[in-house]
Design a protein around this ligand. Structure first.
Ligand code: SF4
Ligand code: MG
Length: 333
């Protein structure tokens, strides 16, 4: 399957105002060496605790936050090489959690949806806006002239989706896009997103803290911890066979996991360490029940499992070449 976007060694460290460690400026290592690909037509889920770098990664992908280092390749062209920031922002749209904050309160729904299309040079932006309103289930005859405050949260999020799609993107990044909605509305919007992806040939990055929602919508899932990728796998594989101790602990708290597939992993204790001065070696070693001496010394590489080349994890205890892991037998230990 071809990659629509490839990210290589993406980095972003934010300087802390007035923060100095020793004689050097302190930084939050928000995203530190993140690499992955998004394949054409898939939904790539991204999970992890809050502050793990999910949202910063999303913002880096469209240049909303400038990267310190790394490569972003979209549809074969590298940013700053064949690809301009303008082209990237046209091809990749984002939908955020807060449906109200993303809309101009003084603009009608139709104007809001048409605005981006006009900016993107789409011809006849108003008819594009009407088409997209139809597609997201908002009858233009009823909704075109309304203002954001006259809509429910679910309707406003449909407007945000319509507005993103009116710019004819190929990749849509959904950052906690359904997280603020009631469960029943959330389910409707998830189904809408699935239908739109199929009908319009879209590709999604779906960021959420909700493991059940991510399972429902994703084809593959990427797990982040403290600014790094610790595991990536096809969704069914990841939800039944987590390899990384962090992923196991994260998923062990998931309420709907059926008992047969529930991992007997220790729950996550405490908060993630401070990203200003992250632990050496494997960043999870301060919370990992299986840490050995090497873990604090050496950064584990993200490597494929032998029995599942599409399943990658970064842990010293995984014998990635044999496909067996000590972590896999830890229940007996
Ligand atoms: Fe735990 Fe070590 Fe694996 Fe990190 S590398 S997850 S500390 S066992
Ligand atoms: Mg976030």
């Amino acid at each position: 399957q071809q990659a629509l976007m490839t990210v290589k060694d993406l980095r972003k460290h934010f300087p802390i105002k007035g923060g100095v460690l020793g004689r050097t400026q302190a930084h939050v290592q928000a995203v530190d060496g993140v690499s992955f690909e998004v394949r054409k037509g898939e939904t790539l889920g991204i999970v992890g605790e809050s502050g793990c770098g999910k949202s910063t990664t999303a913002r880096l992908l469209i240049g909303l936050t400038p990267k310190d280092a790394g490569e972003i390749i979209f549809d074969g062209d590298g940013l700053g090489e064949g690809l301009s920031l303008r082209d990237l922002r046209r091809g990749v749209q984002m939908v955020f959690q807060d449906s109200y904050a993303s809309l101009n309160p003084r603009m009608t729904i139709a104007d809001s949806v048409a605005f981006g299309a006009r900016q993107a040079g789409i011809k006849d932006p108003m008819s594009k806006a009407q088409e997209m309103m139809h597609r997201v289930g908002l009858d233009p005859a009823r909704f075109a002239g309304r203002y954001p405050h006259e809509l429910s949260g679910g309707q406003r999020q449909r407007v945000n989706i319509a507005r993103a799609l009116a710019m004819a993107p190929r990749l849509v990044i959904l950052d906690e896009a359904v997280s603020a909605l009631d469960k029943s509305v959330e389910a409707q919007v998830l189904n809408l997103l699935s239908d739109l992806r199929r009908d319009l040939g879209l590709t999604y990055i779906f960021i959420s803290h909700d493991l059940n929602v991510v399972r429902y919508i994703s084809d593959r899932v990427l797990v982040m911890y403290l600014g790094e990728v610790v595991e990536v796998a096809p969704v069914d594989r990841l939800y039944t066979n987590q390899a990384h101790p962090y992923t196991r602990s994260l998923f062990s708290a998931m309420p709907s996991m059926d008992p047969e597939n529930r991992t007997e992993a220790p729950p996550l204790a405490g908060d993630p360490p401070n990203p200003i001065n992250p632990p050496s070696g494997c960043r999870f070693h301060t919370r990992c029940a299986f840490a050995e001496t090497i873990c604090a010394k050496k950064v584990p590489a993200l490597a494929p499992m032998k029995d599942a080349p599409d399943h990658l994890a970064a842990c010293h205890l995984l014998d990635v070449h044999s496909g067996h892991s000590k972590a896999g037998t830890w229940e007996a230990a």
